[in-house]
Design a binder for this molecule. Structure first.
Ligand SMILES: O=C(O)CCC(=O)C(=O)O
Ligand SMILES: [Fe+2]
Length: 374
């Protein structure tokens, strides 16, 4: 199939060495089957009901504290838009590999808009059995007219998912006592153009390899929060109480997860949880992630005292992530370097301690404020 990236040819040596190695050591540590869990499911329709709104907001906050992950229905992003996105995504990935990987395939976009595998992998775990198109939203307008239905679908998706992300961010903020100084923090710092979208495809993978490599390595997202649409195949796993668990796929819902920026802003109340994607032996899988991010110079500083994290700008954080990936292969170390007291045990694993329900910046305390809607 001419659309598949040449994983086997490109990583031949790495694959041979590591497979021989693991066969002779018989040390496959991932034989154990992970437990499957259902993420807390939140019906956002309840936000429009005066009797249920408060309880629904509380559930969102609780899920973000305890799980760092939850799923939402009646979120306002229509099935038509999601269906169109999936259709466009499949059309894109089914283009021949030589075309997808050529310069200017989509127009005048930066070279790493399309990415696959991991050129710097030194072992199988780093290889990444996946391909992705990664667009800062500010680049979407540069997609040329050969792909205009892709461009218009992304624009329609972004137009509904950005207010959804802002609404969730504001609900989370109002549930942590005095977390941010201004109730307009997200409106002033996050815009559609500061966000990122990533279209993922995970090709099927042979039985021999599928247990030895990842579609996406364990990572935390750098966003405030991420909103993910996935198909029915499954493969997303997250670290829950120190153990990897499989997330039961629900294509009728969107998955929301807390990113590093929100963990820092909430002074560790909300958890940016490590997650990864494992690959299927039989079927390809699609997912689409929207990363709700601020402008590069936005300051991330929790107003809660004592602060667990030093203040930083998003630009600084991203640059340090890039350095950490180059030096150690693991961007997750960046979060630790921002801890005021790296030895302190008070962090995101120690959640649920802070005073709650001060609604000083809650979108609903001011009943005239109806800007947050679906
Ligand atoms: O494919 C998924 O379900 C998750 C994708 C993801 O974690 C990411 O793109 O950061
Ligand atoms: Fe992620």
């Amino acid at each position: 199939m001419d659309y598949e990236p040449p994983f086997l040819e490109t990583y031949k040596t790495l694959l041979q060495e590591n497979i021989e190695d693991s066969n002779s050591n018989n040390n496959d540590d991932d034989d154990e089957e992970e437990e499957e869990v259902e993420l807390p499911l939140i019906d956002l329709k309840r936000l429009s009901d005066d009797d249920e709104r408060e309880e629904c907001m509380e559930e969102i906050s609780e899920a973000a504290r305890r799980w760092g992950f939850f799923q939402i229905v009646n979120h306002g992003v229509s099935n038509d838009i999601l269906g169109m996105m999936l259709f466009e995504q499949m059309k894109l990935f089914y283009q021949p590999f030589v075309k997808k990987s050529s310069d200017n395939f989509l127009g005048n976009l930066p070279p790493r808009t399309y990415r696959w595998g991991n050129p710097s992998a030194t072992n199988l775990r780093q290889l990444l059995w996946s391909e992705a198109f990664h667009f800062p939203i500010s680049h979407v307008s540069m997609v040329d007219n050969h792909h205009k239905t892709l461009r218009s679908s992304i624009e329609a998706f972004v137009a509904t998912v950005t207010p959804l992300a802002q609404c969730l961010a504001e609900i989370l903020a109002c549930k942590v006592n005095k977390m941010i100084k201004s109730k307009n923090y997200f409106r002033e710092n996050c815009f559609a153009e500061s966000c990122i979208i990533r279209l993922n495809r995970y090709p099927p993978c042979s039985k021999l390899l599928s247990s030895k490599l990842y579609g996406l390595m364990p990572h935390c997202d750098s966003s405030f929060l991420s909103i993910v649409y996935q198909d029915h195949i499954g493969g997303l796993e997250l670290l829950k109480d120190g153990k990897w668990v499989r997330v039961k796929p629900n294509p009728g819902a969107l998955v929301v997860n807390i990113g590093d920026l929100y963990q820092a802003l909430s002074n560790g109340v909300y958890k940016s949880i490590k997650h990864r994607v494992v690959v299927s032996q039989k079927q390809e899988r699609y997912s689409m992630a929207f990363f709700y991010c601020p402008l590069q110079d936005a300051l991330i500083q929790s107003n809660s005292k004592p602060a667990i994290y030093k203040k930083f700008t998003f630009r600084e954080y991203r640059e340090n992530n890039e350095k950490a990936v180059k030096q150690t292969g693991d961007k997750n170390l960046t979060k630790l370097t921002y801890k005021v007291n790296p030895k302190s045990t008070q962090d995101a694993d120690n959640v649920g301690q802070s005073p709650r329900n001060n609604l000083a910046c809650c979108p609903n305390t001011d009943n005239t404020d109806k800007r947050v809607s679906f």
